[in-house]
Design a protein around this ligand. Structure first.
Ligand code: AMP
Length: 395
């Protein structure tokens, strides 16, 4: 895997696809700088070699139209603060404006191009547009995992114009390495913890992951489809009746493949989907009518703890309960604590894909797990076993 470490950027212009799709408040100030900070090491490497960095990104969903509220101009000073050098801005990402800004760029300088998605050609993966982008740099660097599952001009097609001079930035390399550690090279036992609301949204991941893991922990709303399929009473719990057969089939496949599946045995049930509901712990297959399971119960958490603590490689995707409501967040927090403990004993732990990342950040586990993925959709597609076009374009 070629990374920026394989290049000396002295007197070279690095065209870097970053993910600066950051949240802005009503006054267009950046409210979360983590994506800019994540790209910093790659940019610094280029500058310290004596090269210059041309940064390209999208921001929001302008759908091919110029939209002043989504201009990357608003984040230029924040990028400068974080990188620690002056950042120039080009009012367009292609054409004479961009080309002139690039030709005036000296070693050690950074140029931020205007929002790629102001051009419809970006998301279409247009070859002509990609060729115009390619003209701007000597080396193409992709450091945007969040868009690596899209075959857009700046994430994939542009790489065709660089036969050898293309590589991954540190952030993207780290994402690829972390996913490989779980899916291919991880030390056994490997455990996947899959939560979230629905079987239907996780089915491709489950099917792919059965070939990679020793243990599969199933939690969250998915639980009830499995329990009902096995003849249990789930009350008002979230349940996909049309996925019951699929659930039984997953259990059968897991058995054939020697994967141990761990499903909750008890749950914290509530008589309403609200933080102030009446609650009680009940066996997972005896949830009374009018009640619904919203978090894992104590026996379940004991079982899960045992599995997690003996694991050497852990993947966590999806909360184990309705963590947005504090009454039902305890299971998700407990899972975070078990993973923290396993990690401090030497396990490798990867958290990724949507809501589990939000939970990990909210409850302060970010620095306690080995790696938190930055790309929601890209991460999910990787777990589904797909080769991401942005990654394939460089390999
Ligand atoms: P997903 O996007 O599929 O990972 O699902 C995340 C959502 O699942 C979160 O918003 C959780 O509140 C929800 N969730 C987790 N457990 C349950 C449950 N037992 N009942 C209903 N929703 C749940």
């Amino acid at each position: 895997m070629k990374t920026v470490d394989n290049f000396n950027f002295k007197d070279k212009k690095a065209l870097i696809r970053v993910d600066f799709n950051v949240p802005l408040d009503g006054d267009l100030n950046v409210t979360d700088t983590s994506r800019i900070e994540a790209a910093k090491p790659t940019i610094i490497k280029v500058l310290e070699d004596g090269g210059s960095a041309i940064l390209m990104s999208h921001l929001g969903r302008p759908k091919g139209q110029v939209n002043p509220d989504m201009s990357l101009k608003h984040i230029t000073s924040k990028v400068a603060d974080i990188i620690g050098v002056t950042v120039k801005f080009a009012e367009d990402c292609v054409g004479s404006t961009a080309e002139e800004a690039v030709s005036n760029l000296k070693s050690g300088e950074v140029l931020l191009l205007e929002n790629l998605r102001f051009h419809a050609a970006e998301e279409k993966g247009d070859k002509e547009f990609a060729a115009q982008l390619a003209k701007l740099g000597d080396v193409y660097v992709n450091d945007a995992f969040g868009t690596a599952h899209r075959a857009h001009a700046s994430t994939t097609i542009v790489a065709e114009s660089f036969s050898e001079d293309k590589c991954f930035g540190y952030l993207l390399a780290k994402e690829i390495e972390s996913i490989d550690k779980v899916m291919q090279t991880g030390e056994k036992p490997v455990t996947a913890i899959l939560g979230g609301s629905k079987v239907s949204s996780k089915i491709t991941i489950i099917e792919n992951i059965l070939d990679k893991v020793d243990h599969l922990i199933i939690g969250g709303g998915m639980t009830y489809t499995f329990i009902k399929a096995q003849g249990g009473k789930v009350g008002n719990s979230i349940c996909e009746d049309d996925k019951q057969e699929l659930a039984l089939n997953i259990l059968k496949q897991a058995k054939e493949k020697g994967v141990e599946v761990h499903i909750p045995v008890d749950v914290l049930a509530a008589d309403d989907f609200s933080n102030d509901a009446n609650t009680k712990v009940v066996p997972v297959n005896e949830i009374p009518d009018g009640w619904e399971g919203l978090d894992a119960g104590p026996k379940t958490l004991e079982n899960f703890k045992e599995v997690i603590l003996k694991s050497k490689t852990i993947l966590w995707n999806g909360p184990i309960g309705v963590f947005e409501l504090p009454t039902f967040a305890k299971g998700t927090i407990a899972i975070g604590n078990f993973i923290d403990e396993a990690t401090s004993k030497g396990a490798f732990s990867l958290v990724g894909g949507g809501d589990s990342v939000a939970a990990v950040k909210q409850f302060g586990f970010e620095d306690k797990v080995s790696y938190v993925s930055t790309g929601g959709g890209a991460m999910l597609e990787s777990l589904e076993g797909k080769t991401l076009p942005g990654i394939a374009a460089i390999l």
